[in-house]
Structures are given as structure tokens and as C-alpha cells.
Design a protein around this ligand. Sequence first.
Ligand code: 6PG
Length: 236
Amino acid sequence: MEIRVFKDKQEVAKQFSAYFAELTKGKEVFHVALSGGSTPKIVFDELALAYGDTIDWSKIHFYWGDERCVPPTDDQNNYKMTVEHLFSKINVPEKNIHRILGESDPQREAMRYANLLEIYLDREEGIPQFDLIILGMGDDGHTASIFPHEIQLWEAKDHCVVATHPDSGQKRVSINGKVINMAKEVAFLVTGATKAEKVDEIHNTREGYKTYPASLVHPKSGKLVWFLDEAAAPNP
Ligand code: 6PG
């Protein structure tokens, strides 16, 4: 695990964008699962601004680690956010965008998406393998849409599961922990003071840290990078 701490969100966005450009350079095909929520917005804006004209987007296939079960027109929808902050600014072929259908029945969509991953991705030990999975972390220590109150979903046998947000009850489709930990590389994007307590508990293995799904992210490849701003960084 590698921890990279930068002064603020903008610097995290700049540094992650450079990391992404380097990782994808020269690749004939690159399969990346995106995170949702608000943190990626500034990152996607920077990625489009700094590398929109230099990355060959025709080689990049986009997926999501999770999606809210709402239509793609809903402001809660991660695909919609990604269109606004990235896809609307770069030349990416529509066929390279594999969104989770938030408007569909959650159980059916979880099965459809799991099959889609099996079709598009190579499998390692029977698990679809991404080149990169980008993750965020909730204030409660959730990641993708595996929440502490449903941490058993981490080990679900299906590649994709239906999760329930603990406060809103909103249904979500999420990849499980086995898919996350089979990725060739995983990058956490975590910024802001509200994340600091959980980041510190996880990184300093404080009492109870194992109850947070984010603490279970340990890719078999060993390639895990945490991109943090100073506000979210753990105590030394
Ligand atoms: C989602 C995400 C989720 C997110 C965290 C952090 O669909 O919400 O995939 O795992 O990364 O909740 O969200 P923020 O970046 O908004 O704090």
C-alpha cells in the first residue's frame, strides 16, 4: 500500500491525473472502474483539462464500481456526473462506456452487469479483472457501495450485488470485494476533513477498523495507492 498526501483537492486531482495518464500510456486497451459521489468531480475536470487531447480515449473502457438505482437523468446518478465532468469534454467512443443501468430492476441489473464484466474483462481465478479500480470512501468507511451494515456483501459469490444505503434506503448496484481485490491496481481518492477519522483508524489499524469495508481493500497485485489531501491524511 502506498499513501500519497497532497496539500489540497486540486493537487490530488492533478497528481491522480498524471498517474492515470502514465498508467494508460501505450496500452492497447485499458479497463477502468470509476467511483462516484462528489470527490471525482474535481478529478475528472482536471483529467479532461490536462489530458483530454493527449490520452487516446479509444483505448479506454469505462465501467463503474457502483451506481445508484436511479435513472441516468437523476443528479444522484454517477454516470450522469461522469458525463458532466469528463465524457462531455473528451472524445471517448460511446461503445467504450459501460454504465450500470440505474433505471433497471436492481437484482436484474446486478446480474446483467456481472455478466457484462465477464464478457469484457479477462478473468483471474474466475474473477473479472480490471486494469484499474478507482475508489472513494464514505465518512462511514464504506467503499464502492459496500456499507458497514452490509459488510457481508464484500464476500458475496456474485461479482455484483444489490446494496442499500443505510440512511436513505437507496438501492445501489456494486461490485463486490473479490472483484475489487482482483484488480491489477486500485487507487483511492479520499479528500476532506470528514474522512480523516476513518482514514486514521484504517491506516493506523485502530480499534474497530476492520468493520469498515474500505479497510478490506488489499488487491492481490499489491498495487494500492491512496491519494489523499492533508485534510484527510492519517496521523503519522
Ligand atoms: C458513490 C461512491 C461512493 C463514494 C463515497 C465517497 O456512489 O457514492 O462510489 O463509494 O466514493 O461515498 O463519496 P464522496 O466523494 O461524495 O465523499
